[in-house]
Design a protein around this ligand. Sequence first.
Ligand SMILES: O=C[C@H](O)COP(=O)(O)O
Length: 221
Amino acid sequence: MIYMADTADIAALKHLYEFFPLEGITTNPTILKMAGQPLSVAVDQIKAIVGDGMIHIQVMSENADDIVREAKKYKTYFDLGDNYYTKIPVTPQGYKAMSILKDAGINVTATAIFTQQQALVAAKAGADFVAPYVSRLDNISSHGIDVVGDIAKNIIEYELNTKVLAASFKTVDQIYRVSMKRAHSATISPEILMQLIKHPMTDISVKTFLEDGQGLYDVEF
Ligand SMILES: O=C[C@H](O)COP(=O)(O)O
């Protein structure tokens, strides 16, 4: 499982990158709005934190030609090399842009995916990652985990060179379930990443170890 942080919150990212084995970050216009940062400022700060991790930046353009120009501009402007992924919503113009950008050697993440077929078409268009939105599906009485499972199954069965990037999580249990459905990766908010590694029994066990070990550890280090 590849873990990514779904955020542009710089303080939260700095904290997470101290210990969490993250392999990149994802952003979108809503995330930038929540962080209160324009794209150029946010990405410059994110770059300094994630090192050679992936940075997924969503386009705002709707027309294929504009999407291609926008995605290519970010690739040079931010100078991220192969760590740059352009996030493109799965509209007809988006699919068109995905093929063009893949042919131009730019990594593509297809986003705003709600069905197995949207993901499969994006994979055929060359997307490196496909991002189904779990909670947004669950919240309309649909089944986000099943959609993720179907996409992962297709990718494995058809031997496609695409990874599932499960997104839109509200609970730790959803992340457990997408991992068991063989999602290759997940992008998760800082709050839920912290919850993911927490367990009260761990805290109790550590506390007991500290108490029991008092006076017994006599090797200096
Ligand atoms: O980029 C997609 C986001 O991960 C969607 O998450 P959200 O449903 O919590 O806004």
